[in-house]
Design a protein. Structure first.
Length: 207
């Protein structure tokens, strides 16, 4: 999910619907974590606006497909959180936040390398990573972990680090799946959804 200021009309409606699902079915802390994700996402999207625009990588408006791809897994995890706990939701949110930080900030530093052939790649290429972007993805997930430290009872310091690691793995998974996307298999929406799913599975298993 992304900030409504960056969405088309169907995207706004779907984002509000998914937000309502999280608010109704999950503990209040999950909704607050979503808001933190949204605020962090729009911040990194707008950061380096001029440089991204020159590179042709600034996305001013996103569609409902982007909202669904990023939001469906966390929303489903929120629905079943009374039965399975909040770990899956935390993992999914950490993964999409990490991916957001990697994609929006990674293009601003370092030279990307394609995971397809480990050769230099054009900035913004799916399946390509930079050292800086990888570090930023870990930092993005840490934002979610740090927020959970204050919002969720019993969430200790080491779980902050664990959330960071889960988000990082989810983001790396997104990049690996992005290799297939570059070959015409799948789409960005599917890649994003699988990123969230990886985070959800790891969150359920370890948080």
């Amino acid at each position: 999910m992304v900030n409504v200021a960056l969405l088309d009309s169907p995207g706004v409606i779907l984002a509000l619907l998914l937000a309502c699902i999280v608010l109704v079915f999950g503990p209040p802390a999950l909704f607050l974590l979503m808001l933190i994700f949204l605020a962090a996402s729009v911040s990194v999207t707008k950061y380096g606006y001029s440089e991204k625009r020159e590179l042709g990588l600034y996305e001013h408006e996103r569609s409902w497909e982007n909202v669904l791809a990023n939001g469906i897994v966390p929303a489903l995890c929120a629905i079943i959180s009374p039965q399975i706990g909040v770990g899956a939701y935390m993992g999914a949110l950490a993964a999409i936040t990490a991916d957001k930080f990697a994609s929006e900030l990674g293009v601003l530093g370092g030279e990307p390398v394609s995971l397809m052939n480990f050769k230099p790649a054009k900035r913004g290429t799916s399946g390509a990573v930079t050292v800086f972007g990888t570090l930023m993805s870990f930092d993005g997930a840490l934002v979610i972990g740090a927020a959970a430290f204050f919002l969720l009872p019993g969430f200790d310091f080491w779980k902050i680090v664990l959330v960071g690691a889960i988000g990082l793995v989810g983001s790396i998974g997104d990049s690996i799946i992005g290799v297939l996307e570059e070959r015409g298999i799948g789409s960005k929406a599917i890649t994003n959804a699988l990123c969230a799913l990886i985070g959800a599975v790891l969150g359920f298993a370890f948080l």
